[in-house]
Design a protein around this ligand. Structure first.
Ligand code: ZN
Length: 216
């Protein structure tokens, strides 16, 4: 359960603290939620500290999306392909990561593990079926399996974030006439892109695996 804590810092008191935290998180998880207020995930406050990246408002973000801190942390570590730890209300990741990358990952997490795909509301809970993790919606009663991601095999290099600028080669053209680039699990759409064309693009929006871009 705490396997991502590097063994040199994992000691008995931390493990105890974790168990308490988890118990609290899981009990929160089973309480029905009935909030109808506007759902806004706070912007990640990210800074570099030595050789690590600190996500200052980690606990606040986990609170707002009403998910277990351990679950969110595991997701972030898996997607970043690094080790790290929860440090009070902060999360600390080994290595240097761009704020846009962290924000993009949190957005993906919210899309995959929080937002109901039926009604678009965040009043959901993660529930375990026999074998699958389901996202159940308290607002509309809908439920869907949570997307299974290949954590850890997705190295940081294949993670994309909004605002990022990269060079791509257009592979094909969509029905709508946009250039198409497949990269890892992503499908990017490049306006006016022609097959074989090498272009520099800026990512304007990521929705799940769909990436919208503009030519720079
Ligand atoms: Zn719903």
């Amino acid at each position: 359960m705490v396997d991502y804590i590097p063994s040199r810092v994992a000691n008995v008191s931390m493990v105890d603290a974790y168990e308490a935290l988890l118990k609290k998180a899981y009990s929160n998880l089973t309480e029905p939620t009935e909030s109808t207020e506007r759902f806004t995930v706070p912007e990640a406050k990210v800074y570099i500290e030595g050789k690590t990246t600190v996500l200052e408002n980690f606990a606040e973000i986990a609170d707002v999306v009403r998910r277990d801190k351990d679950h969110l942390m595991k997701y972030l570590l898996g997607e970043l392909g690094t080790a790290g730890k929860i440090d009070g209300t902060r999360a600390v990741f080994n290595g240097k990561f761009e704020p846009t990358l962290i924000n993009g990952l949190i957005k993906s997490y919210v899309e995959d593990y929080v937002i109901c795909s039926e009604c678009g509301k965040p009043d959901t809970r993660l529930v375990k079926d026999d074998r699958f993790l389901l996202l159940r919606c308290d607002a509309c009663g809908g439920h869907r399996p949570v997307k299974k991601r290949k954590a850890k095999t997705e190295v940081a290099g294949t993670e994309l974030a909004e605002g990022q600028e990269i060079d791509v080669e257009v592979q094909s053209v969509s029905k709508r006439g946009d250039g198409v680039v497949r990269m890892g699990r992503y499908i990017m759409y490049v306006p006016r892109g022609k097959p074989g064309q090498k272009v520099k693009i800026r990512i304007t929006r990521i929705s799940g695996s769909i990436v919208f871009t503009e030519q720079v």
